[in-house]
Every structure is written in C-alpha cells, then in structure tokens.
Design a binder for this molecule. Structure first.
Ligand SMILES: C[S@@+](CC[C@H](N)C(=O)[O-])C[C@H]1O[C@@H](n2cnc3c(N)ncnc32)[C@H](O)[C@@H]1O
Length: 336
C-alpha cells in the first residue's frame, strides 16, 4: 500500500508515536520542480529510504520533504546544514554552493519557514553553523590530495560583490542567518558557542585561529518544552544545580565515519535531552551520517527520529550507524 506522508497517516503516526511507523507506510516518490522560485530551487525527487519502528529516513531536498510532513508533528529539530562553500557533496540540489552568501541564507530560511508548520508550537529548533571567509583568490583548493571533499571550486574563491565579498572578510553567515530567522518570526533563545579545544589547524598570520562554531536555539512561542533538570549542571550556590552555560566545550573528535562533516554526539545530547520529550520525535533535515538520530535513539524513553538527506550515500551510512531497534524505554544519558 502506498500512501503519501502528508495528511492523515502521518498525523496518526505523530500523535501516537508508540504505533509509529506503520509498517505499510511508504512515501510516494514526488518530483517537484520549484526552480522558478530563486529562493528555493533545490527540489528533487523524494523517496522513503528506510523504515523501522523508531526511525524514518527520507532522501530528498530538506525543503521538499519537510513540505510533505504533517502539521505540528515533530517535537524538536536538531541539525547542521552544509556550511557555505565548505563542501561539494556531489548531489544535484545540494545547499551551500550558491554564488552569493545571501542566496544561501535565503534558501536556509525558506526551508526552516516550512519547518515552522511541522514543528509543534512547543517545539525547539537547533541549528549548528560555522562561518566562512571570502577569499577571492580565484583558486579552487585543487591540491588537497587527502581530502577529496575539498577539491572543488568554492564560491568564495571567485571575485564577489562587495562589501560582503571582499578578500579576507569573515562573512558572519551564522548571525546573518539568525537575524533573517528573527525577521521570519522565530524567537532566538541562544547563540550557543561550540568551543573546540583542538580545532582543525588554521595557519594564519594576521588574525586569531578559528576555534568555534554556533548552535542556535530557536522557538516559536514564549512558552515551550524545555527539560532543564535533564541538562542542568552542578552549582555551588543556593541551589545544587544551575542552567548549562551557553559556551559548550566539545572536542570535534576523530570520526571513523565516511561522511566528511559529522558533528560529535556530545554536541547534540543537550538539545535532545532538553527539548525532545520522552516518546517525542526529533527531525534532522540535513541528517548526513545520522548523528542526531543516533543520539535521540540512544537517549531512549521512546524517542523517535526522522532524518532527511539529499545524498543516498549519506543515508546509507546513517542507516549503518543506527543502534538496533529496541523497546527503547530505558534512558541512557551516557550514550555508552
Ligand atoms: C554538515 S552535513 C550534516 C552532518 C550530520 N550532522 C552528521 O553528523 O553526520 C550536511 C548534510 O546535508 C546534506 N544536504 C546538502 N544539501 C541538502 C539539501 N538541499 N537537502 C537535504 N540535505 C542536504 C548533505 O548531503 C550532508 O550530508
């Protein structure tokens, strides 16, 4: 039996996650062309990739798949979109290689605009983003023999439109994105800083070496689900605990994964524990190797996860990293 994911069936699934997913649920492959909309222009065929009791993976552009998910069906969105000009994932419709950073920001905001409808009013959206310098050198990084993903023509290596695209300019993309999200009606709760104690070497002579990225926390309403007790840290004050600070020291870690841009499980643990309630559903619309989904499942208590990625290769890898389905009732905060 073939059913489209948007509509009655996913409503049922999302409302009663114990029964989710229906074994017969299949997503009807949908081809949607929206190239006439310059803000989006990234739709590709969508298809279901895998289904199991607690995880669904969809291949397609984030925006086109989100457009088919049911209203108010997910509890939290935790994701790391492709950064501007950092990787060529080799897939048509990929985000991140737009000529101008504004086009990238516009596409990202358009995708999360669609996600507003899918997120419960009490839900949270967490977006990890790093920044990029304009180089204007005109040279692609063609000489990197070890890292295939760096051998491509980066938009920031071309001559660009000033003042943003001036050589050596830090583009401030994370905050341009956050401000555009504010303008689109999101409430920004934090621009958490991910401090990397051992960052990728940044051999520069005339500025500080980059050692941080951001993890923005957005909500839709003044009141939303946030389990402070699950993420509070010890305190020496009157109370024994206090809220976690907005600077997170998390090692990038050495990943054995094939995917070139994974985030560490530790980075995702706080967003999951704080904003994905027991039996809740996490969505990662740029799921890559599936780190956020893996953490949601490892955190237990009946959490479910939906992953979207445009790359079949990424989804194949994500599938391989998912912990085996279990009755999923036991909390495992150590993510052992
Ligand atoms: C930074 S990676 C995410 C990595 C992930 N957090 C992990 O830990 O593995 C971004 C992912 O977005 C995917 N991607 C690129 N453009 C996309 C689009 N338009 N829609 C959905 N996924 C896209 C890429 O294939 C890549 O896997």
């Amino acid at each position: 039996m073939i059913m489209t994911i948007r509509g009655h069936d996913t409503h049922e699934i999302a409302r009663n996650s114990q029964d989710w997913p229906d074994r017969q649920l299949k997503m009807e492959p949908v081809s949607c062309t929206v190239d006439s909309d310059p803000r989006v222009g990234d739709c590709v065929t969508t298809q279901i990739f895998v289904e199991r009791p607690d995880v669904m993976l969809f291949q397609g552009s984030a925006r086109s798949v989100i457009a088919q998910l049911a209203d108010a069906s997910v509890d939290c969105i935790v994701t790391s979109p492709p950064y501007y000009g950092q990787r060529d994932y080799g897939v048509r419709g990929q985000l991140g290689l737009e000529d101008h950073p504004q086009q990238y920001v516009d596409k990202l905001v358009a995708t999360f605009h669609e996600a507003k409808r899918v997120l419960k009013p009490t839900g949270s959206l967490w977006v990890n983003l790093g920044d990029t310098y304009w180089s204007g050198k005109g040279k692609p990084r063609g000489d990197d023999k070890k890292q295939k993903h760096r051998r491509f023509s980066r938009p920031q290596d071309k001559a660009g439109i000033r003042p943003w695209c001036a050589p050596k300019q830090l583009l401030l993309i994370p905050h341009r994105f956050a401000i555009a999200m504010q303008d689109d009606g999101w409430i920004v709760r934090n621009d958490n800083v991910w401090y990397k104690p051992s960052p990728t070497p940044d051999p520069v002579q005339d500025r500080c070496a980059l050692a941080h990225e951001y993890v923005f926390h957005f909500v839709l309403k003044r009141r939303y689900y946030f389990n402070l007790a699950a993420v509070a840290v010890p305190s020496n004050g009157k109370r024994s605990t206090k809220p976690p600070p907005s600077v997170w020291e998390v090692a990038s870690g050495h990943s054995s994964k094939v995917h070139p841009a994974v985030f560490p499980e530790e980075l995702v643990r706080l967003p999951v524990l704080a904003t994905c309630p027991p039996n809740g559903i996490l969505l990662d619309p740029y799921c890559g190797s599936g780190t956020a989904l893996v953490v949601a499942i490892k955190c237990g208590e009946g959490r479910h996860a939906i992953g979207i990625d445009i790359s079949e290769q990424a989804l194949t890898e994500a599938r391989g990293h998912l912990p085996p389905p279990s009755n999923n009732q036991t909390k495992d905060p150590a993510l052992a």
